[in-house]
Every structure is written in C-alpha cells, then in structure tokens.
Design a protein around this ligand. Structure first.
Ligand SMILES: *Cc1c(COP(=O)(O)O)cnc(C)c1O
Length: 385
C-alpha cells in the first residue's frame, strides 16, 4: 500500500465492529471484567482505551514501528520518552532544539537527573566528539526548528549503534507521510499531533512510536502509570485528521515551495530557509531521507523592513505560535517559541529579530503570495531606518 492510501485504509478502518466508516468513540472509563478470565482486552481507560488504541495502531502502522502511544500533548509524549532514561544518563541533543523540550531538559539538568550536551546535529563529527561512557541516547529533530537544518538520520543511527545508544527523533515537522525515521533505524519517533497530524489547529495531542516491542513495553508502562493519555474524543480527532494528511501536505508543500521561491526573489528578504530550495545546505541529504521538504519555511527580512509592520499587514496568515494547520501561520521565533533560550545561543543559530517562520497552509497560492507581497510593501513603506 502506498503512503497516501495507508492514511485512509489503515487498522482503524479495517478493525471495526460494524464496518463503520469512522471509528467509534468509546468514552467509558472502565470495562466489565469476566471473573473467569484473567486478561480482559480493556480494563480501565488510563491503561488502554479502544479509541486511543485505534489511533496508536494507525500511528505504529504509519511510522512502521512495533507500538504507538498517544498522549495529551506533544510535550507529554516527549516527557514520557525522556522517562526511558535513568538518573545520571547523558543525552546528546541539537542546539536548535524545540523550546519546550529544551525547557524540560534544563529542569532535569538542574535537578542533576540528566546531563545534556548541545551539539551541531548536522555534524556527525560534533556528535561523536560528545559521546561519553555515560551517554545513553541521541535526540534529533530534522528539519530543525526554525531554520530547517537537516540531520543525517542514517549517520546518527550508525553512530548510535557503534556506541549502543538509543536514538529518538521528533518527526513533527515531516509527519510519517514524508519521513519515517524508524525505517532508517531510529528507535523512537515522536510527534506533536497538534501540528500536521491533527492538521486543523483544533486539537492538542502527542504520539510516540517505538521501533521494537521491548522499548514499546517500557513506554506502555510509563504511559499507563503516569497517565498523560490522550482522551477518546481527541484521539478520534487525530484519526480523522490523519485521513487528509496526504492531500493537506501535498497542497501545503506546493504552496510552501512557491512562497519560498517568491520570497527568495525579493530584495526585502535577506535569507530564506527551506529544504526544498536547491541552495539549502541540506537539500540533497533531506531528499535522501524524506519524501518532500514539508510546509514550514523561515526567512529574514532585511534590516530596513519593519517586522511589526510586515506581520501587521498580513491579511490571511495568522500571527501566532504553532504550525501544521490548514491556515498559514506566521510566527516570530525570537519572542515566541525561542523566547526562553539564551540570547547568545539564539543568535548563534540564526534566530534574529528579523527572522519569521511560516507554516504554509492550503489557501490559494496566488492569494498567499499577494498577501505576502502586500505585507512586504507595507513593511517597506514604514521603514524603520
Ligand atoms: C509543537 C511541538 C512540540 C510540542 O508539542 P505540543 O503538542 O505543543 O505539546 C514538540 N516538538 C515540535 C517540533 C513541535 O513543533
């Protein structure tokens, strides 16, 4: 089955009770037990719930893993996966890590539960240089947020195997439609399902998928014990979102490509970061491990253009945080997603006050380009210099 078909004809659709075209929502928190049997499929919904299980099976299927787990948010999924580590373990992460993950790690480092090295994840040499006898895992995000840097997933897996390390990939920006890290040997894939999987900016959810059953068992235990589970209604929302993931991403990706090309040709724009442009340093590498550049890009406005006036003039794009919705969302990483980051580190990874990130939606591309064109004109009219 090709990926687009699999998004629709998956286990949630085939393992139904009545052949229903949309899976049932089981809101029950508890289930009748058979006093003569010791293993009921469902006992208590924190432990396992049929609607959540349907989503988890779909995600395991799409990510080509042994077991999937759905959580109340992307951060809850990440926290559960980090719970696989033991006190004293050393973790290698990218410098341009998602802000929320960075905050959790700084907490854990502060309490001396973990030690963390921040590396240039695009450089296998830099990763290797930070491996110590205490290193337990490598955590990657590719493309990275917000400057879309590309990490070589196969190289990371090779290095991890050499040193018997676990590998974790936050696959939120790509979704399993475009990139399947587990198929390349990564041990755990994580998603903020709030983004492309849900796809409509109307549900907060997270998913983790383990490549092998043993890691899956450990995650099942963490999920059931700590209880940061996704409820049945939200599980259903994500199942529904996944059905249109292919058409949404195809369209959004084409739009992103066109918008990136438009921006790259404008003198008001100093730099465009998009892995679908041939001059992106990770272009070839990304093509070798993913099926498309995705729908997120970022760009810097030249100093003469006012960011405030530019975003104020956008008519269609929502100005705010998040990504992966059907609507275009423009965000300002310096004051939003990366506000908590050390300013020097922020600057060193290209997050300046002139940088904007765009999650390109599925609007008509001519309207989008016209909107950005008009906003550039406005930013120029009220030039700050
Ligand atoms: C949004 C996001 C998260 C966090 O997910 P929530 O659903 O907001 O908790 C983690 N990683 C990446 C890459 C994200 O974009």
């Amino acid at each position: 089955m090709r990926p687009t078909t699999k998004l629709i004809h998956n286990t949630a659709m085939t393992e139904t009770q009545f052949g229903e075209a949309s899976p049932a929502i089981y809101r029950a928190s508890t289930f009748q037990q058979d006093p003569n049997a010791n293993q009921a499929p469902f006992v208590y919904s924190r432990m396992k719930n049929p609607t959540r299980s349907a989503l988890e099976a779909v995600m395991a299927d799409l990510e080509e893993g042994a077991a999937g787990f759905a959580f109340s948010s992307g951060m809850a999924a990440i926290a559960a996966v980090l719970n696989l580590l033991d006190s004293g373990d050393h973790l290698i992460v990218p410098r341009d890590l998602y802000g929320g993950t960075d905050q959790i790690l700084r907490e854990l480092v502060g309490r001396q539960q973990l030690s963390v090295s921040y590396v240039d994840m695009t450089s296998p040499e830099d990763i290797r240089a930070h491996v110590t006898p205490k290193t337990r895992a490598i955590y990657v995000e590719t493309p990275s947020n917000p400057t879309l840097r590309i990490t070589d997933l196969r190289a990371v897996v090779g290095l991890a195997q050499e040193h018997h390390l676990m590998t974790i990939a936050d696959n939120t920006f790509m979704s399993p439609y475009l990139q399947r890290p587990l198929a390349m040997g990564i041990d755990v894939a994580i998603h903020s399902a709030t983004k492309f999987l849900g796809g409509h900016s109307d549900v907060t959810a997270g998913v983790a998928v383990a490549r092998d059953a043993k890691v899956g068992e450990a995650l099942a235990k963490i999920q059931s014990m700590y209880g940061g589970i996704l409820g049945p209604d939200d599980s259903w929302m994500v199942i529904r979102g996944i059905k249109t993931l292919g058409v949404r991403l195809d369209r959004a990706q084409n739009n992103a490509h066109a918008l990136a090309q438009f921006l790259a040709g404008r003198e008001e724009v100093a730099q465009v970061y998009f892995p679908g442009l041939p001059d992106h340093p990770g272009f070839a590498l990304h093509q070798s491990q993913a099926e498309g550049p995705g729908a997120v890009l970022s760009f810097t406005l030249v100093p003469e253009i006012s960011v405030r006036d530019f975003v104020g003039a956008l008519r269609y794009a929502l100005y705010g945080v998040s990504l992966g919705g059907v609507e275009t969302i423009v965000s300002h990483p310096e004051t939003m997603s990366h506000a908590a980051m050390d300013p020097q580190v922020r600057e060193s990874i290209g997050i300046t006050s002139q940088l904007l990130r765009v999650s390109v939606g599925i609007e008509d591309i001519e309207d989008l380009v016209a909107d950005f064109q008009n906003a550039l004109d406005q930013g120029r009219r009220h030039r700050v210099l």
